[in-house]
Design a protein. Structure first.
Length: 261
């Protein structure tokens, strides 16, 4: 059974303004529903999802899982299990989400800790006539933070605990004007830095195409897409490519033409 084939089951509301909560068991997880819950909550085949104020289906289950975990409604083991399922089935889940109307503009969004990716992203944006957006961390990374040989450094801790979401200081205005995001970052531990997940999870990406690109000393893309999938539900996530820092505009333009078909 696919997600699109299952009829949602509404969890009854406890009554607006009543202050009373009703409990619902789903896959061994107890969820409290009350006036403060963001929209109607539904029970899915494997995890919870909900509809927003406009009645559109929301399948970004990460928010629901994290809320349940923080409220103590699920254990860390249950949270981890459900999150892994979400990542593994991201493509399948995404196909069942109605597409939003998007504009036709292109955006190059990037995170650059040392400036290397910034130069490549700027070159790419200019080569394909795309808008440019830098993902700026709320707390800038220091040289000590980036010391991968120190297990206690900030980057090491963040990459070891995939639930960490480093705060982002800015956002993209009117993201619905874009149909494609070229997403750039340095490769950390064979994947994208977790702050890239923070960026993706800020937005409703339904119907959008996301194309990763990266810089690194020698590492390839590794498990980048597998890790990003759960943060980009509803989007078409294409295979990315690692580039040398000095990749030319011609090389970047040719890659975009090839990957976009």
């Amino acid at each position: 059974m696919t997600y699109g084939e299952q009829e949602p089951v509404r969890i009854p509301d406890a009554g607006k303004g009543s202050g009373m909560a009703e409990e619902k068991k789903t896959h061994g997880i107890t969820v409290n529903t009350d006036d403060t819950w963001p929209g109607d909550v539904f029970e899915g085949e494997h995890y919870l999802y909900r509809r927003d104020e406009n009645g559109d289906l929301i399948l970004n289950d990460r928010d629901t899982l994290e809320m349940c975990f923080k409220m103590g409604e699920i254990t860390e083991e249950e949270y981890t299990r459900e999150l892994e399922y979400l990542k593994e089935h991201a493509e399948e889940i995404g196909k069942s989400i109605p597409d939003l109307k998007r504009g036709s503009k292109k955006l190059v969004a990037f995170f650059s800790a040392s400036g290397v990716t910034r130069k490549l992203a700027s070159r790419l944006a200019e080569a394909i006539n795309a808008d440019l957006h830098e993902i700026i961390p709320e707390e800038p990374y220091t040289k000590a933070d980036l010391n991968w040989q120190d297990r206690g450094s900030r980057s090491s801790v963040e990459m070891n605990d995939k639930s960490i979401r480093p705060a982002v200081a800015n956002s993209v205005e009117h993201i619905d004007q874009y149909d494609t995001i070229f997403l750039g970052f340095p490769i950390w531990w064979y994947v994208a830095p977790t702050i890239v997940c923070t960026f993706l999870e800020q937005y409703d990406l339904r119907g959008m195409t996301i194309v990763p690109f990266a810089t690194s000393g020698s590492s390839g893309m590794g498990r980048t897409n597998a890790e990003l999938g759960g943060s980009a539900l509803g989007a078409r996530l294409l295979e990315g490519k690692r580039f040398p820092a000095d990749a030319s505009a011609e090389e970047l333009r040719a890659w975009v033409e090839q990957v976009m078909g």
